[in-house]
Design a protein around this ligand. Structure first.
Ligand SMILES: [Zn+2]
Length: 110
């Protein structure tokens, strides 16, 4: 259980408290915005279907994630679209209780 001094924490409760997270493959948002980072540990997300270069990069970098947990509903800030914030699986698990998240898994949605 992470404590208050966890290096990944820097005020995310301002926009992620009580959020709904859904597990899904990472998808590039636009031609210029083809990767993201975990909101907590900065692990990189990339979309291998975006281009052959991306696919090769993902293959060469096993630490790059191709799926994770996307924040839905803009949490507490208006005007933020779904899938704007991404959280990796380990961080989603470790912080779910602290941030009171609803975590949805494909096939297990209520
Ligand atoms: Zn993370």
């Amino acid at each position: 259980m992470p404590d208050d001094a966890d290096w990944r924490l820097r005020g995310q409760e301002r926009y992620l408290q009580g959020a709904t997270l859904v597990r899904k493959p990472y998808q590039a948002r636009s031609e210029e915005w083809e990767h993201d980072h975990c909101e907590f540990c900065w692990t990189k997300f990339m979309d291998p279907s975006f281009s052959s270069e991306q696919a090769r990069y993902v293959e060469d970098h096993p630490d790059v994630l191709v799926e994770g947990y996307a924040v839905q509903g803009g949490a507490t800030i208006h005007g933020i679209k779904d899938d704007y914030w991404w959280i990796c699986a380990p961080c989603a698990q470790e912080f779910a209780h602290r941030f009171d998240w609803t975590v949805l898994e494909p096939g297990h949605q209520r």
